[in-house]
Design a binder for this molecule. Structure first.
Ligand code: C5P
Length: 243
């Protein structure tokens, strides 16, 4: 796999406490990273300041905002997210097919007005913090998490969304059920040399890509490394050697 193909697939999670640290990551790593992910921690602290910084560097940004509300609100929020320059964003599939369609409507309207390609909209299916037991005992849902993930991914496809966020363990089932064009973004990525932290279902960068991940989310494996550029270069080398 060549460097451009690798870069396109790499998403870096800007999960830092201070905006300066996030800006520093963008400065250092934008030659290697296709998309920077702004999650709730960063967005609630620094909102548009970090987004505009990423855009100034001509990098893509993924608004990891996990929308879940009535369709009208989600449509309007999606419009604003795209107006602010997101190339990716996500919604909870449990918000229902109408809500996901509304997200797409809002996003399409904004991209038409801007004269740009519509963003990729991904659905969050079942959070990895939700186990089979929680589904059954708290949410009165008789599915296993795995079956529910596939069901929700099917709904996302019906709504016209581009793909889902899913762990490496679920990749295979999703691609089998929904086809290889249906995009999957996979967090919980850990090269063999890095700590697992609190992640339980991890995959190495090359294994995730081999199993069909279209995008992989790098977090602490890179952001906690003493030499972040060396860490990212090691990840490139591993992917180049294995794929
Ligand atoms: O540092 P680490 O690699 O664990 O970061 C993973 C990133 O992916 C975090 O931003 C986390 O919120 C996100 N994520 C995840 N598991 C999910 C969905 C998102 O780890 N199921």
């Amino acid at each position: 796999m060549n460097n451009e193909d690798i870069k396109k697939r790499l998403v870096l999670a800007l999960d830092t406490e201070k905006i300066e640290e996030a800006k520093n990551l963008v400065d250092k790593l934008s030659p290697y990273i296709g998309t920077f992910k702004v999650g709730l921690q960063m967005f609630c602290g620094y909102g548009l300041e970090i987004i505009n910084y990423i855009k100034e560097k001509n990098s893509n940004f993924f608004m990891d905002i996990k929308l879940h509300d009535i369709p009208n609100t989600v449509e309007k929020a999606s419009y604003n997210i795209v107006k602010n320059g997101a190339t990716f964003f996500n919604v909870h599939a449990t918000g229902g097919i109408e809500m996901m369609k509304a997200a797409k409507r809002g996003a399409n309207k904004a991209s038409e007005e801007l004269g740009i390609n519509p963003p990729l909209i991904l659905a969050v299916t079942v959070l990895t913090s939700i186990s089979d037991e929680i589904l059954k005992n708290e949410l009165d849902n008789k599915n296993t998490a795995k079956d529910f993930v596939v069901k929700l991914a099917e709904n996302a496809k019906i709504a016209g969304l581009d793909g889902v966020v899913a762990s490496a363990n679920e990749l295979k089932y999703i691609k089998e059920a929904l086809g290889s064009d249906f995009k999957v973004l996979t967090p919980g990525i850990r090269p063999v040399w890095s700590l697992k932290n609190d992640q339980k279902r991890t995959a190495t960068p090359s294994n995730a890509i081999k199993n069909g991940a279209d995008y992989i989310v790098l977090g602490r494996a890179v952001t906690s490394a003493e030499d972040k550029i060396e860490a990212i270069k090691k990840i490139y080398k591993e992917i180049q050697e294995e794929i």
